[in-house]
Design a protein around this ligand. Structure first.
Ligand code: HEM
Length: 142
């Protein structure tokens, strides 16, 4: 792998770590938020934490993943590889989940969350499962 591609990979891994950190923690914040009374000081604090995590970390990191991943795939000649197609399908699911979390964040911000802490506990597992399969695909290239 030439130096340019290695640098893109460095950026890709940093972006992936940042996106995943946020995608794993945001639904965990939703669990605690769903357990706190609307408009309570605790609830207002969660709103700030959620907004900063999404806008400051998750969304910029997701954009960086979508810029560096396809660039790497193209430069390394993986565009026709089946493992890459499976990976991209899973990353699309992760991106949809990101959009869903953004919608939930808006519901909390407007004090109209209707979902239970249990719902967010279950949803919390989805990014984990996707991440495990994605890393398997990119390392093993089955
Ligand atoms: C559309 C989105 C993405 C595309 C097109 C993509 C594509 C790629 C490509 C082509 C490589 C280089 C593989 C190699 O050189 O062997 C790579 C590396 C990597 N990707 Fe992605 N990726 C994307 C998103 C993600 C996500 C969301 C994750 C984690 C959840 C991830 C985790 C990794 C890891 C850990 C590596 C380093 C693997 C290694 O160096 O052996 N990628 N990615």
């Amino acid at each position: 792998m030439a130096s340019f591609e290695l640098w893109i990979k460095v950026l890709h891994i940093i972006a992936v770590i940042s996106w995943m950190a946020a995608m794993l923690y945001l639904p965990r914040l939703f669990v605690y938020h769903a357990e706190s009374a609307p408009k309570s000081p605790m609830s207002e604090q969660f709103k700030v934490m959620e907004r900063r995590l999404l806008r400051g970390i998750a969304t910029p990191a997701m954009i960086a993943v979508w810029l560096t991943g396809p660039l790497l795939a193209w430069r390394e000649g993986y565009l026709l590889s089946p493992w890459l197609h499976a990976k991209v399908a899973l990353v699309l699911a992760l991106t949809a989940l990101h959009g869903f979390f953004a919608a939930q964040l808006r519901a909390f911000a407007e004090d109209r969350n209707a979902r239970s802490p249990r719902f967010y506990r279950i949803v919390n597992e989805a990014p984990t499962v996707i991440m495990i399969v994605v890393v398997f695909l990119v390392v093993m290239k089955p």
